[in-house]
Design a protein around this ligand. Structure first.
Ligand code: ZN
Length: 226
């Protein structure tokens, strides 16, 4: 993913993302101008370094060193360390953005939505959003992605849910038993059975990890009989 502008180049440097470089051409002939629109695509680069200098008009200018990538080379993604001066809100925003980025790029997320045709595995709601039948669903990671839970982005750790069930699940108001019953997370009584296709193997360790996050709400174990 690329971010535009100087701030974007800084972000791309921090994250190890590649950037596409397009250069304005010195126009030599009308034909060329027509063909290229006055611009030339120079390929993929990584942002290797940046520094501040004083420009002609006395303003501080941020300059970047771009290194062209070899064909097929992808820059190594760097771990993202939060800046020390982040406030709790900034930290939350940064995490949310990072989480969205992880989710958007995930093949697993697309796969689980396809597997269930965007129908919620908990309440069977399918939110149709276009006359053509397009539907909206969300992929919920059972053991959450990112810090501090560090759940993996694998099919065994992901559910296809509607927006409501996703919100409730992420806050522990819906949970799953080891047998994949849908539990009311506030009373831990069984509400129903999770809808599941055979090829979707949900790992019990992730379900337990999710439940354990909310364990301090309860003094009694789950009642499997009710
Ligand atoms: Zn639902």
């Amino acid at each position: 993913m690329e971010f535009p502008g100087n701030a974007g180049l800084l972000l791309n440097e921090a994250r190890g993302n590649s950037v596409r470089v397009i250069r304005g051409l010195k126009i030599r002939g009308k034909k060329r101008r027509k063909a290229m629109g006055g611009y030339e695509y120079c390929g993929l680069f990584r942002v290797a370094d940046h520094w501040m200098t004083v420009g002609k008009e006395g303003f501080l200018v941020c300059q970047f060193k771009l290194v062209k990538l070899a064909p097929g080379e992808t820059p190594k993604a760097k771990p993202i360390a939060p800046p020390i001066e982040d406030t709790p809100v900034e930290e939350q925003v940064r995490r949310a953005v990072e989480y969205q980025r992880l989710v958007r790029n995930s093949k697993v997320v697309r796969a689980v939505k396809e597997m269930y045709g965007n129908t919620c595995q908990m309440c069977e709601t399918r939110l149709q959003v276009s006359p053509e039948g397009e539907a909206y669903s969300e992929a919920a990671h059972i053991r959450a992605l990112g810090k501090p839970h560090n759940g993996p982005d694998v099919l065994g750790n992901v559910l296809c849910l509607c927006a409501n069930c996703h919100a409730l699940f992420d806050r522990g108001a819906l949970q799953l038993s080891d047998h994949l019953d849908v539990l009311d997370g506030l009373t831990r009584t069984i509400k129903g059975k999770l809808k599941k296709v055979r090829e979707h193997e949900i790992k019990v360790e992730f379900v337990r990890h999710h439940r354990q996050r909310w364990d301090d709400r309860f003094s009694t174990p789950i009642d499997h009989k009710s």
